[in-house]
Each structure stands twice: as C-alpha cells, then as structure tokens.
Design a protein around this ligand. Structure first.
Ligand code: G6P
Length: 616
C-alpha cells in the first residue's frame, strides 16, 4: 500500500507534499516522511505517526527546497518506526527513494550489497533500492547524461515484486526520476512545475493534465520538462489525459468525515453510474462489442474481487443467472488465483475493484487472461492498473472514494452490474422484456429512494447509541439479503472493531446459534417478500433465546409480517428485488458509521487497514 507524492517546480515543495500526503493517507498512515533537494544536498525528515505529525516537526519547517518526494506508509517489512519510514537513502547519502510496493527478493539483494560495502539501517525491503542505484551508478564508467537513469534501470531490472519509485540524487539536483511496476503512479503536468502522486485526487487541485504510466516506463522530470523512456531507455512520446473531475469532489466539504460524505453522495453517484448506460429506457454497453454469438458461447461468468467489491459480486450473481441464464460464480481473488480455476475462452471473467489497483484482483485478472478467458474490469479509477490490464473496462463513475470503508463505490458497482445483466439479457433475449423494463424503471427511481432513506434515517443514530458497547453482532439474511448481510457485517467490523458475523438466515441454527444468549444483537435483513416469512421465523428463534433484534425491511415486507416482535425497525422503500441490496445497505452503512462515531474512532482511517491493497 503506501502513498507517494512528488513535486518539482519553483514553489516551496513541503506544503504541496504535505497536502498531497494528507489526501493519500487512506493508503496507509503509520508513518510519513519527506525529502527535499536543499541546494546540492538531500534533506530527509520522517517519523512514526500520521502525516499531521510531520507538519509539526521543526525539521519539516526548515525545508526550503522546491524539489521533493514524500511518503505515507502502511508497514509491510519492518515495524512502523522512524528508521523504517521513507524516504530511504543509500549508505553514501547520494540517493533518496520513496517506494510503494514490495521488493520480494530484498534479502538476496541486501546480501549482495553488503558484500560490496553497503550498510543498512532499517529493516525495510525498500532500503535496497537506493543502495542498488548507488552501486550501479558508481560502477558505471560512462559519464553521459543518461548515467543516473541507467543506474535506476539496472536497479529496477534486479527487483522482483512491485514498485512505484520516486528518486532524488545529488548527482542530478534539478531532476527527479520516477518509474513503476504494478503499483500506481500518475504524473500531473503543470507550467514550470510538475507533480507526482499515487492517485489523481491527491494533486487534482494543481492540475487536470495527467500522464498515466505503464510498467517499466522511466520518467525524468525537470521543472519545465517531462521526458519518458521505454524499458530500453529509448525516449518515447506519451499523450496526456485530461481529467474532468472537480477537485472539490475529493474534499470533505462540510462533512466531518469522508465516509459520511460518501454515504450522502449516493443519490448522485448512483445517478452518475446509471447516466451513461441507461438512456431512453435502453441499456447501452455497445462499446464492449459483445455480440449475441459471443454471449451465447459463454458457459459461465466468473466474478472475482476482494472485500466490498466481492460482496457487490455476490449481490448480482442471482440477477445474472436469472436474467441471462448463464451460470455465474463469485470468487475471492486471493483464493481464485491459487486454485487453478476452470476458466477458458468460454468464460467471461469480471473483475470488480473500486481502486483498480488491488494486487490479488490484478493477479487473478492476469491468470484469467493466460487461460484465454475474456476479461472485463469494473473499476472507479480511470487509468488504474486493472482498467488497463483487462480486455474491456467499464467505469462506475462514483467519483473519488477516499474513506477506507467503501460505500458509494459498492452501490455503484451493483448498479452497473445490474445494468450490464439487463443488457446481456436483452442481447441474448433470455428474459421477459416486461420484467427488464420493470427493473429499468426501478433503477431510474433509485436515486430518489436513496435520498428518502438518507432523509429518514434519524432513528439510526439512536440504535447506534444502544449498540456501540456490544462485543458481538450477528447479521442474517436469506437469498439476495444474505449478500447485504455480508457487506453490512464487514462495514460494522472494519470501522467499529466490534466482532460481527454474517449468516445465511437458515444456516445460523447449524452451530452458530449456540452463541446466541441474552442481550446479543442480531440484525436481520428482509427485503424479499417471497422469503421474509422464513427469515422472520429464524429471527424469532433468536428472540426466544434472548437476542435484541434490529430489522431492515422493505415497505412491502413490513406489511406482511408482525413487526411488533422486533426491537428496532428500519424501513426502506420497495424496489425490484434484484436492486434491493442497493437500498438495504444504506441504513446499515449509516449504522456502522454512527457506532464508530459513538466509540470515538477514526471512521475514515480504521486501524490496520488501507483502502488500496497493493500487496498480495
Ligand atoms: C481493501 C479495502 C476494502 C475494499 C477492498 C477491495 O481491503 O479496505 O474496503 O473493498 O480493499 O478494494 P478494491 O479497490 O479492489 O475495490
């Protein structure tokens, strides 16, 4: 994980670097550091703790340079500490490096360097990088202007793993070098100044012109110039991409936390997701070029993802199977890739990822391509690794999601996948057109219904007040509501640290019911009128054993069951059953949020987590 920022220009670098790091803290926040060029010297200031801590250090205030690199860390090798924080320097103090990724062969590289007189101070994998660059630089007899770049390339050729690197050197005090392999890095182009970051929102307030780097493209930046080189160090030309997002979209605005802002944005984000794809009652994914012949040839669809994105896959599995009559499996990326999945050219593999950078999802995608399956990415981040690696890509257009706990990306993923399922069913003619029209109508009314839920959510804060001291919470649901239970449980545990589990309503009695005793909180989700009686009976079994119950019910279901037996009732508007996960999760996102606030926790940056998991 980790976030990196760079600046080269005429302004003082430190404020720009610190502001960028603050925006990247979602990627890691256990330590942070900065290096600037001060004349011909490299200065490093770093410490354990959050970026905020760096702001206050006296040494940070002394940095005057207008070229700098910076890093916010999520520890992989070496505990969070000052010494393990980035930037790291080589033992001759000539090269400074910040790194996002993992160097898998660092032990053997370290041994080689030690044998050649280099010494190490940290326990990180990264420290081999500046030392390796130093080694190759010092052993290169040719003194031309590509000498530094050559040393960086030779070092990168030795690295196994993933990396996005920013490099400063006393031998090129007016330059910065960057390169990436399997870790994200973007370059923002300014006038007389240029910016680097792990993602676009971190520097969006300075420029809208971006270069998206491919693996092993080397970049030499100066204040007025950006030169790109291919892996053989031949200079290449690259086109820039203009970003249309508003920088405000990546700010907290009037909200106390990004998570609350992103929950509240869901009427808009879902509307944006639908926007381009459902026009005049016609679903349009013609840009994919999937013909009826191709879709009919499919024997199965595999949806592969991690965390919340995987839950989005679970929520649409039934929709695809029912509407398109194609067998659909959902798999966790880190499992899929290690079990030799049975996929081939008759499989469409769909990879859902908000960030488009999750290492396991990316690796699963590459594996599927090797097995000749067609690959389709669903991501929120334009130009992300997964979007570029897949054969096809469609975007959720939910806008930047900053809080570690995913909310608006999730509802947009289900929305987009539902639209895609309708489109496939239309092309294949596998579903009743009236049913498809009914789903489309319901899709269009989702933003207003989400707004209603958000407006009428005042009882959720009081439920949170009664729940925040709990040790265990159980979520149950049946059918499509089970997928919502999974996601709701993840939301609660990741930001409130309350142990929670989700169960298929009928499965709880096969063992786990032993854990139900007086006062245990159970949350039941019931939006399917055909299944609600069964789930309601399951919840009653738990009430008999002393459970305190909260139910999320659709209006329709609320009229079919006796609500008086439950302690707390949250009602959501009716919608087509395939879309109900989009509405049912909203109050449960809010519940997790308020429970976390009641506990006084940092909602946006829960412990041990990072938003973009670029390690396997
Ligand atoms: C991390 C985040 C989760 C997210 C998952 C997948 O674990 O903490 O919130 O769902 O990664 O991320 P992706 O960017 O691939 O959707």
């Amino acid at each position: 994980m980790c976030g990196i920022v760079g600046y080269i220009g005429k302004q003082k670098a430190t404020p720009i670097l610190l502001a960028g790091l603050s925006k990247l803290e979602y990627r890691g926040y256990d330590s942070a550091g900065i290096s600037t060029m001060e004349g011909n010297e490299i200065k490093v200031v770093k410490d354990k703790g959050r970026v905020e801590n760096l702001y206050n250090l006296d040494d940070t205030k002394k940095l005057e340079g207008s070229i700098g690199i910076a890093h916010t860390r999520w520890a992989t090798h070496g505990i969070p500490s000052k010494i393990n924080s980035h930037p790291h320097m080589d033992s001759t103090n000539s090269f400074a490096v910040v790194h996002n990724g993992i160097i898998e062969n660092y032990i053997e590289l370290k041994k080689f360097l030690e044998e050649n007189g280099y010494t190490f101070v940290s326990s990180t994998d990264t420290e081999v990088v500046p030392n390796l660059i130093s080694y190759f630089y010092k052993n290169d007899q040719q003194n031309d202007n590509l000498k530094l770049l050559r040393a960086v390339k030779k070092a990168c050729d030795k690295l196994i793993g993933s990396f996005a690197l920013e490099i400063l050197s006393i031998y090129a005090p007016n330059n910065m070098i960057v390169v990436r392999k399997d870790s994200p890095l973007v370059i923002g182009k300014g006038i007389g100044e240029n910016y680097i970051a792990s993602d676009i929102p971190a520097i969006l307030s300075y420029t809208k012109d971006f270069y998206l780097l491919e693996n092993f493209e080397y970049v030499v930046l100066s204040r007025d110039n950006i030169k790109f080189y291919d892996t053989n160090l031949n200079e290449i030309k690259k086109a820039s991409t203009s970003i249309t997002w508003d920088a405000m979209a990546a700010d907290k605005a009037e909200y106390p936390d990004y998570m609350l802002k992103e929950i509240m944005e869901q009427p808009t984000s879902v509307r944006e997701t639908i926007g381009s794809r459902l026009d005049n009652a016609k679903c349009n994914f013609d840009d994919l070029g999937f013909t009826k012949e191709y879709l009919s040839s499919l024997q199965q669809i595999y949806i592969v993802a991690c965390g919340t994105a995987m839950h989005a896959g679970l929520s649409v599995k039934n929709t695809i199977e029912k509407l398109c009559k194609i067998r659909t499996q959902v798999d966790i990326a880190s499992e899929y890739r290690y079990r030799n999945p049975l996929v081939d050219e008759k499989t469409l593999c769909i990879f859902i990822s908000q960030s488009g950078e999750t290492a396991d999802t990316l690796a699963a995608l590459k594996l599927s391509k090797e097995k000749k399956a067609k690959t389709l990415a669903i991501t929120n981040v334009i130009g992300s690794s997964i979007s570029r690696e897949a054969d096809y890509c469609i975007y959720t257009h939910a806008g930047p999601e900053i809080a570690v706990a995913s909310t608006k990306a999730y509802t947009s993923q289900i929305t987009l996948m539902s639209l895609l399922a309708i489109y496939f069913a239309e092309v294949l003619e596998t579903a009743n057109p009236n049913e498809l029209n009914e789903i489309k109508q319901n899709l269009l009314s989702l933003p207003n219904k989400i707004e209603d839920i958000l407006k009428n959510s005042s009882n959720i804060g009081s439920i949170a007040k009664r729940m925040f001291k709990e040790k265990d919470v159980f979520f149950i649901g049946r059918g499509i509501d089970y997928a919502t239970a999974e996601e709701a449980s993840l939301k609660l545990k990741e930001i409130s640290y309350i142990h929670s589990e989700s169960y298929a309503a009928g499965e709880l009695k096969h063992g786990t019911i032993a854990l139900i005793e007086n006062g245990i909180n159970v949350i039941g989700i019931m939006t399917d009128k055909d299944l609600e009686k069964k789930t309601s009976s399951n919840i009653e079994e738990l009430i008999t054993r002393g459970a305190i119950t909260t139910v999320v019910v659709s209006e329709e279901v609320s009229k079919l069951i006796d609500l008086s037996i439950f302690d707390n009732i949250i009602t959501v508007p009716n919608t087509n059953i395939y879309l109900s996960p989009i509405l049912a999760i909203i109050p449960l996102q809010l519940l997790a949020y308020y429970v976390s606030k009641e506990k006084g926790l940092d909602v946006d940056k829960p412990r041990n987590l990072a938003k973009s998991v670029t390690v396997e």
